[in-house]
Design a protein around this ligand. Structure first.
Ligand SMILES: C[S@@+](CC[C@H](N)C(=O)[O-])C[C@H]1O[C@@H](n2cnc3c(N)ncnc32)[C@H](O)[C@@H]1O
Length: 226
């Protein structure tokens, strides 16, 4: 495990585009505010994204009202992913990121649909050109509601898929595609500077907080001395 990216690690897109045939598309589960949906539409020309929260889906519909490349499907990925799958001959990049309650106030027995998502993709289009990427790999087997890594890799292996963990993402592809995970790893190590920029708002926030707390401590100390 290396960097913690908030969202899709940027180097994953060029690597996946090399693995997938021309004309491939993208499917995302868990739209949230649509930032990655836009990134995927830019990279693949189209993105179908699934959001369970009615209010987040409505906000995404407003955001992408003028962008026909982004299709928003409202509902749980457990039941809706099947509608998002492209035809078997078309390549697809999957970004599975539908975890967390966010703005949803329905039943929470629907938490973490990851195994259902992967099973569906493999059953319906296991022999198609796919890259399956899952965010938040650090949660697998460590956080409540996450399946253990062994179960995820077992499911992938049953369908002749291979996978690897790079930074905070699990990335999988058909064994027959003979993908170069070492190239992906190397790409992930070449982004130290962008990685720092990525978390720059948090770093700046911490520095500001530190400056303010130092001032408070100094002023209290001065008062006590008087
Ligand atoms: C981590 S956020 C997604 C972030 C987004 N993919 C991005 O990169 O900006 C998780 C999203 O998944 C949604 N979600 C949670 N469970 C879901 C489910 N079963 N089906 C669809 N969306 C779900 C949440 O409402 C939330 O908006």
């Amino acid at each position: 495990m290396g960097y913690f990216w908030q969202g899709l690690p940027p180097y994953l897109i060029p690597w996946s585009r090399k693995v997938l045939p021309a004309g491939s598309t993208a499917v995302e589960t868990g739209t949230f505010q649509g930032d990655t949906s836009l990134l995927l539409a830019d990279a693949f020309g189209a993105c179908t994204t699934i959001e369970r929260s009615a209010s987040l889906a409505a906000a995404a519909r407003v955001r992408f009202a003028g962008d026909p490349r982004v299709t928003i499907l409202e509902g749980s990925s457990r039941t809706t992913l099947t509608k998002a799958l492209p035809p078997p001959e078309q390549g697809c990049f999957f970004w599975l990121d539908a975890h967390g309650m966010y703005d949803y106030d329905g039943e929470d027995d629907d938490e973490n649909p990851l195994l259902a998502e992967i099973s569906l993709i493999l059953q319906v289009r296991g022999d198609s050109p796919n890259v399956i990427a899952v965010d938040d790999a650090r949660g697998m087997g460590t956080q409540p509601d996450w399946p253990p890594l062994t179960e995820i890799f077992g499911l992938l292996a049953d369908h002749r898929y291979v996978g690897a963990i790079v930074d905070d993402a699990l990335v999988a592809a058909p064994k027959s595609a003979d993908v170069d995970f070492y190239a992906l790893y190397r790409a992930s190590r070449q982004v130290q500077v962008p990685a720092v920029f990525h978390i720059w708002p948090q770093v700046r926030g911490l520095v500001k907080a530190r400056v303010v707390s130092d001032r408070v401590v100094t002023s209290v100390r001065d008062r006590l001395r008087r």
